[in-house]
Write a protein that binds this ligand. Structure first.
Ligand code: AMP
Length: 217
């Protein structure tokens, strides 16, 4: 059961848990947000289309996002499992994944949701710093890197995301409730959903998720 979707509102701790799950279970961490940011950095056609949308907190059109994920999941490194972080974000994306997933041998087996109330999210986003190279996340108050401003995992300089500002965050949260939260019901009905309280502390949350995923590494 290692074809996994990781869900939760922005700031729930998906990125942090994703890095640990991916390292521990040796499955690729596929973050659509990271893929878009890389495309923006490389000024590819996709990046140029996505840049303004992402910086304002909007959602990239389904057609572009679905094509990106379908292509990525078809890679050989996803044959023994994958961890999707930030996809699907709309019912249309979930429906597409349900269609193409089984066709390419990548049917979703498990959905992990991290639930966190809004007031905690807002605080976390303000202090978030991320590694532009490996995708690791930190917080200047609650989860500092060993050396200030430097990624523990890969040594790159940490940055604050352009969309981690109060205006864009408000739009992202609204989008989450309007477009993404309905997916919880969707996956509940499919019998795939496992929800965790994301306020129990990083270590406790990780233990809960690892217990669900099992000891086999
Ligand atoms: P994230 O790193 O997951 O917070 O994603 C950053 C931004 O990338 C989002 O606010 C969206 O603008 C865009 N994005 C990432 N994943 C998706 C998706 N599945 N559908 C549409 N837009 C996305």
């Amino acid at each position: 059961m290692r074809n996994i979707i990781l869900m939760g509102p922005p700031g729930a701790g998906k990125g942090t848990q994703a890095v640990n799950i991916s390292d521990t279970y040796k499955i690729p961490h596929i973050s659509t947000g990271d893929m878009f940011r890389e495309a923006i950095g490389n000024k590819t056609p996709l990046g140029l289309q996505a840049k303004a949308i992402i910086e304002s907190g909007g959602l990239v059109p389904d057609s572009l996002t679905i094509a990106l994920v379908e292509e990525r999941l078809s890679h050989e490194d996803c044959a023994n499992g994958y961890l999707l972080d930030g996809f699907p974000r709309t019912i249309a994306q979930a429906e597409a994944l349900k269609q193409f997933g089984p066709k390419i041998g990548r049917a979703v087996e498990l959905v992990i949701n991290i639930a966190v109330p809004d007031e905690v999210l807002i605080e976390r986003i303000a202090g978030r710093r991320v590694c532009p190279k490996c995708g690791a996340s930190y917080n200047i108050v609650a989860m500092k890197p060993r050396v200030e401003g430097i990624c523990d995992r890969c040594g790159a300089e940490l940055i604050q995301r352009k969309d981690d500002n109060p205006e864009s965050f408000k739009v992202r949260l609204e989008n989450y409730y309007a477009q993404t939260q309905p997916l919880l019901d969707y996956y509940e009905k499919e019998g795939l959903l496992h929800s965790f309280d994301g306020t129990v502390g990083y270590q406790n949350l990780q233990e809960g998720i690892f217990a669900l995923l099992g000891a086999e590494r």
